[in-house]
Design a protein around this ligand. Structure first.
Ligand code: PGA
Length: 236
């Protein structure tokens, strides 16, 4: 595991954006694994600005999102498809047909679909306060594939800020599995702000165990943890 610590969240965002931009320059038909949530939002904004300013081409890029809520309509402001549309997709030129989300209709085939496209070249991840990656909550098997997951109450509570109330937060989602994520050729996990300091310390200090899903990433041969000072506060 490589750990990079930047002074600010903005520098973390620029680092992630530049990784994506460089990857697509190097390999125009790159397969990206994409995350939602508050952490990558600034990076996506930076990618959109760079696209406008520098005439980039994303027409051959293929994307696989990590997860999607169950029971939220595709066009709802709370769907991750809608998040991606607003955060990134409407600002760059990846064709709709090359943007994949795990859904009830394709979830049994999602891992195969990724494989058929040559596997994920660069996977972006966030981390939950309970150590989840995608929606693989603590206790998820390291062998898990894309499937339906019951969301932890702590996850529902944290994500309730995007909904009218916690009662409106779905109880289930479809998520790439941990074995699915681990097949990516390169993985970057970003964590910013002091709310993440505790889980990042646990991640750095812990042994590899299924109660801390992100801990498995430490066995990946091309894994980078990217932090701002606040998230890195408690690590040595
Ligand atoms: P966040 O979510 O970026 O909104 O903190 C991360 C996650 O739950 O994986």
């Amino acid at each position: 595991m490589k750990i990079l610590v930047f002074d600010t969240k903005q520098e973390v965002s620029e680092f992630i954006a530049n990784k994506v931009i460089d990857q697509v320059q190097k390999k125009p038909d790159t397969v990206l694994g994409l995350a939602t949530g508050s952490t990558p939002k600034e990076a996506y904004r930076y990618i959109k600005n760079d696209y406008k300013q520098n005439n980039r081409d994303y027409s051959k890029v293929i994307t696989f999102n990590l997860d999607e809520y169950l029971g939220v309509l595709k066009d709802s402001i709370n769907s991750y498809r809608q998040y991606m549309k607003e955060a990134l997709f409407e600002g760059i030129n990846i064709p709709n047909s090359q943007q994949y989300f795990p859904l009830k209709t394709n979830m049994k085939n999602y891992d195969n679909l990724i494989k058929e496209h040559g596997g994920v070249d660069l996977q972006l991840l966030g981390i939950g306060l309970n150590g989840h990656i995608a929606f693989n909550e603590p206790g998820s098997s390291f062998q898990s594939k894309t499937r339906i997951i019951e969301l932890d109450e702590s996850t529902r509570k944290r994500n309730s800020k995007y909904f009218r109330s916690i009662d409106h937060v779905p109880t289930q989602a479809i998520s790439m599995g941990i074995s699915t994520i681990m097949k990516a050729k390169e993985i970057i996990l970003a964590a910013t702000s002091e709310v993440k300091a505790d889980i990042i310390k646990q991640l750095v200090d812990s042994n590899i165990n299924e109660n801390l899903p992100a801990s498995i990433l430490k066995t990946h041969e091309n894994f980078t943890l990217v932090l701002d000072q606040e998230a890195a506060r408690d690590i040595n």
